[in-house]
Design a protein around this ligand. Structure first.
Ligand code: ASN
Length: 308
């Protein structure tokens, strides 16, 4: 089942060593950048009674302790919103567990355990966090390009510094230009990252904010990497008012009691906010130009394969 010799070869490979070294620097640079902008790093939450519903992930990583049901974190979205009651600008390197369908094993883009740099800003608009993200990425790309040129050369990677602001395309435009398979087709068609904005309500979770004056559409976004690397991140403005959140949960057909604790916080008052979460392994893959996400971290776990 588990091939230790194969694993040892992987551990000693030059590719893995260099990718992990660059990843360590990506984490350091992101931390420094966000620190310089007044962000506070909060510790990640690994188990909680509430987590992101992510309705395409039907298997829930549940554990029971002391008679209570906890779930493994699929994303820290609700904890981010609740954190803002204490601190106005937060981030966390948050491990997420998502039991992906086995068909995604060979996508090159899915691991069942990954880390996202999850960011949330009190009272922010979507455009502000998009700008923040662009600055963060440019900062990281420039530093890696200048200080790790040997490694990038080893990977045969020509890392381009994109122009800002990144272009935007709406979900509807992407669908009409590329069809249902828009993520990879769009990504293969562009040479700089692009924002994909304004998803329809059915496509996303209940916490992305619906335009007050454009029902059925959300003030949210994905960032798509160029050169076929696919999605980099998701984010948006958030629903924060009790009645609206309640309605959105009901629209998804989720029992209100599943989110009872979150709803109680919403009733007492959450702040408006916006944020996003950027996958660290996917960022490493993009920067190094790696074919598979599996090469982008130690202990990578592919859907349906026994990992370490
Ligand atoms: N972290 C994402 C966000 O902030 C949510 C997710 O990962 N599903 O919107």
């Amino acid at each position: 089942m588990f091939d230790t010799d194969k694993y040892l070869t992987l551990l000693k490979s030059e590719r893995l060593k260099r990718a992990v070294k660059i990843q360590s620097e990506i984490i350091k640079l992101s931390r420094d950048f966000l620190g310089s902008k007044g962000f506070v790093e909060i510790l990640p939450v690994v188990i909680s009674p509430i987590t992101d519903p992510l309705t395409d992930h039907r298997v829930r990583g549940e554990i029971e302790c002391y008679g209570f049901k906890y779930q493994l974190t699929k994303s820290m979205i609700f904890h981010k919103q609740i954190s803002l009651l204490s601190i106005p600008k937060i981030f966390s390197f948050s491990p997420n567990v998502r039991i992906e369908p086995v068909e995604r094993q060979r996508s090159g883009r899915h691991l069942i355990e990954f880390v996202q740099l999850d960011i949330e800003v009190r009272e922010a608009k979507r455009e502000e966090v998009m700008k923040l993200c662009e600055e963060l990425l440019i900062h990281v790309f420039k530093k890696i390009k200048s200080e790790f040129s040997d490694d990038l050369e080893f990977f045969g990677r020509e890392l381009k510094i994109p122009h800002t602001p990144f272009e935007k395309i709406s979900y509807e435009e992407a669908i009409s230009a590329y069809g249902q398979d828009y993520e990879i087709k769009l990504s293969s068609d562009i040479s700089e990252p692009i924002w994909l904005i304004d998803f329809p309500i059915d496509n996303r979770e209940f916490y992305d904010r619906e335009y007050p004056d454009r029902p059925g559409y959300l003030v949210d976004m994905d960032l798509i990497y160029p050169e076929g690397f696919g999605e980099a991140l998701s984010g948006g403005e958030r629903e924060f008012e009790y009645d609206r959140i309640k309605r959105r949960i009901e629209l998804k057909g989720i029992e209100l009691e599943v989110y009872d604790i979150y709803l109680q916080f919403a009733k007492k008052g959450l702040y408006p906010s916006a944020g996003f979460g950027i996958g660290i392994e996917r960022l490493t893959r993009y920067i190094c130009g790696l074919k598979n996400l599996e090469e982008s971290r130690l202990f990578a776990k592919l859907p349906g394969v026994l990992g370490l």
